[in-house]
Design a protein around this ligand. Structure first.
Ligand code: ADP
Ligand code: MG
Length: 712
């Protein structure tokens, strides 16, 4: 009895700790209000809300308050925290220490240090944007994302640019795209009479998938350590076919990890909300509550970093690769995206009046048109060597971009298009701005899990992202393409004499012209591939196929029109993306060669030797003992060793040839068409040998040991 009371009390104490814990390491609005003089606070809020630049005297006051707060929390250093094109975050720590007199120091942090930093950034990828004589870039504070303390360091979220102003990071264009959609959405809202709205933001809730395996087992796999995915490995007898892992009971060790992870994230103000097991063995998911896109982007980067740290504290490795294991699901990231006003209205949710519904339908058709016209850009935004193993395989959305709207919403749009009644009860034609739309409950809209871009009641879920990807790229594209359509719509509607008639016509025409992108059926089926082809939809199967779209005339025109990227920035990014594709495969190929040559082939040779020895011993003992097992094995394995040896040679030759190429595009094509193919062939032979070789001789933990390495 007392035991029960005690543990209930403990749980209660823990729960009461959470509100205090949440955001405790964040210099958020609450802390600002408490610690800044009133006028400084007001000036800073203005900067944050309107994106104005910060006055120097104010910056000094803010910096000082930030430093005092951070030092009280045990921080000794500060860093400008930024997101270069490597796809992960970067930081360079400086201490607050400043000498005073001969022998003492004080803790100091100036407004200048807060607002601007100059990391020696010559080693970050710039795709040729910064000539080597101008290798320095600078970082500038993004006050719309709060500073926070991580590992005793005050981290200041910043953007990263070259001295001539080109963006060298993933954050600058994202902020630009948020400005653009704000501007265009406001034009539309004004037409509907919404003068009370002064800011429109896009919101994102990125659901993050990952694998957890035992750290010791992980360390024994060179491929996992170097590439985060297994390059060899024959399937475990048990995969995900029983569907017993999805939402299954969480093992105590994993539960302890999740609890710890939640707390670490809460301290940083990250709204971690749902933790559950995913489909594949050892696979899990974390979903946060959505926030403004730039904050969600920062938080997702933090989430990935903290996941790995906390896992290692619990003796596990957290794998964020899109496809760590063949034969079971890979990991994705679902980008739940919506648009809302500073008055709290979600613009992708049907409203309560015909006018609100007309507005909803207009935003909806803008998204439909955007996704249809810029399928290629959406595809590019999720392209990576790792994600190529997922898209199109039987678990992830295919490489073809299409949209799921659900039957109800599709029927409504069809009745608008055809000028017909929407339901049996409804005798009148469907008129925009006259009819009340039903709310679309999640359970009718969320059934189709195969769609790459699904409407889920009040937001779109873009499901093609791989688990490692920064969500910045896809959201830059989403914000920009929807802003472009909204600007076209605003151009038309602002000129209209009869607003309602023009609106009806616009929605009707847009749906009619772009409905080919809507597909509510099974995206995994072969029939869809055929059907999509008939509809003229793109099927850009690999990164190398997709990337050139990034710099097509149409897309350069889009990005430069809205000042998201300059032509030079686009070309540099294209180069970085293509180069990074080749580099990834180069590392994988080298790792494979190393594993095969130094461990796997010698291991199989030893095993063959032991079989041979056993056969010889038997024969010496007595001539009539059957030797079938040894002889068959020796023969089969020797054939496989010969084949693998040839494949190693071919991979080596093709790899050298690919490395020689200097044109990034040619090189990417060569890695895809020769090196990757060689790698697959070598893997097939090695996996076959693994199945026939004594476990005692095999140099690496197998799939069963990896996928079921967390036992309790
Ligand atoms: P669930 O899938 O758990 O039933 P939801 O569909 O509400 O819950 O949420 C899935 C994800 O979508 C969560 O990360 C959530 O925060 C996010 N989400 C919900 N509403 C929005 C929105 N308006 N904008 C962006 N993301 C949202
Ligand atoms: Mg989801």
């Amino acid at each position: 009895m007392s035991q029960v009371v005690l543990s209930a009390q403990k749980a209660k104490d823990e729960l009461s700790r959470i509100p205090e814990l949440f955001g405790s390491m964040v210099f958020n609005d609450h802390v600002m209000k408490e610690r800044l003089p009133k006028d400084t606070y007001r000036a800073l809020r203005k900067t944050i809300e309107l994106g104005k630049s910060l006055d120097k005297s104010i910056a000094n006051v803010v910096a000082n308050a930030m430093k005092d707060w951070a030092v009280e929390k045990g921080a000794t250093h500060f860093t400008h925290w930024f997101q270069p094109m490597t796809g992960i975050t970067a930081e360079k720590h400086d201490s607050f220490i400043s000498p005073e007199g001969d022998s003492s120091v004080i803790m100091e942090f100036s407004g200048k240090e807060l607002v601007k930093g100059e990391p020696d950034a010559s080693s970050f990828p710039s795709g040729g944007l910064r000539a080597t004589f101008e290798a320095r870039g600078y970082t500038a504070w993004d006050p719309s994302s709060y500073a926070f303390i991580k590992d005793d360091t005050l981290c200041i979220p910043t953007v990263f640019c070259s001295y001539s102003g080109e963006a060298l990071d993933k954050k600058t264009p994202l902020l630009r795209s948020m400005e653009v959609i704000n501007k265009q959405a406001l034009r539309i809202l004004r037409l509907f009479g919404h003068t009370e709205v002064s800011r429109v933001n896009t919101t994102v809730g990125p659901e993050q998938e990952y694998f957890l395996i035992d750290q010791d087992t992980f360390q024994q796999r060179e491929d996992l350590v170097l590439c985060n995915r297994t390059l060899f490995g024959s399937k475990s007898p048990k995969g995900q076919e029983l569907e017993d892992h999805y939402f299954g009971v969480i093992k105590p060790r994993v539960a302890a990890f999740m609890k710890d992870l939640d707390e670490e994230l809460w301290k940083l103000g990250v709204l971690a909300k749902t933790e559950h097991n995913e489909v594949a063995p050892a696979q899990h998911e974390l979903a946060p509550i959505f926030s403004s896109t730039n904050v969600a982007t920062d938080h997702n980067q933090l989430m990935m970093e903290i996941m790995q740290k906390v896992a290692s504290r619990h003796g596990m490795a957290c794998l964020l690769h899109e496809k760590p294991f063949d034969g079971v699901n890979g990991s994705g990231k679902h980008n739940n995206w919506s648009i809302s006003t500073n008055t709290g209205v979600n613009l992708l949710e049907p409203g309560d009046s015909p006018r609100e519904n007309a507005q909803f339908l207009l935003f909806l058709t803008a998204v439909i048109k955007a996704v249809d016209e810029y399928q290629d850009l959406l595809r590019v935004s999720v392209a990576s060597a790792g994600n190529d193993h997922r898209l199109g395989a039987n678990e992830a959305p295919p490489a073809i971009v299409s949209m799921f709207l659900g039957d109800e919403l599709t029927e409504i749009l069809e009745s608008i298009e055809n000028g017909s009644a929407y339901s049996q009860k409804d005798k009148e034609d469907m008129r925009v701005g006259v009819h009340i739309l039903p709310r679309f409950p999640k359970d009718t809209t969320d059934r189709n899990r195969t769609s790459p871009f699904a409407f889920t009641g009040n937001k779109f879920e873009f499901r093609m992202l791989g688990s490692t990807l920064s969500i910045s790229g896809p959201n830059i594209v989403l914000n920009t393409i929807v802003a472009e359509e909204l600007s076209q719509f605003a151009d038309i509607l602002e000129q209209a004499d009869d607003f309602n008639a023009a609106l009806h016509e616009l929605i009707k025409k847009t749906f009619s012209e772009h409905k080919r992108i809507v597909f509510n059926g099974n995206n995994y089926s072969d029939e869809w591939v055929e059907e999509a082809k008939r509809r003229g939809l793109l099927n850009l199967k690999t990164t190398v196929d997709a990337l050139p779209s990034f710099i097509s005339d149409k897309n350069v025109a889009l990005f430069t029109k809205h000042k998201i990227f300059t032509t030079a920035e686009l070309h540099s990014r294209y180069e970085i993306l293509m180069e990074s594709y080749s580099k990834k495969i180069n590392i994988e190929a080298l790792t494979m060669l190393d594993m095969a040559k130094r461990k796997i082939l010698p291991a199989v040779a030893s095993y063959i030797h032991s079989l041979t020895q056993s056969a010889l011993d038997k024969k010496a003992l007595c001539d009539s003992i059957p030797l079938d097992y040894e002889m068959d094995q020796i023969k089969a394995l020797s054939e496989d060793v010969k084949l693998a040896y040839e494949q190693v040679g071919k991979l080596q030759r093709d790899l050298s040839a690919a490395q020689e190429l200097s044109d990034v595009t040619e090189q990417g094509v060569c890695f895809k068409d020769t090196v990757l193919v060689d790698m697959e062939q070598l893997r097939a032979t090695v996996d076959k040998m693994e199945e026939a070789t004594s476990e005692e001789y095999w140099p690496y933990p197998n799939y069963t040991q990896l996928l079921y390495s967390v036992h309790y």
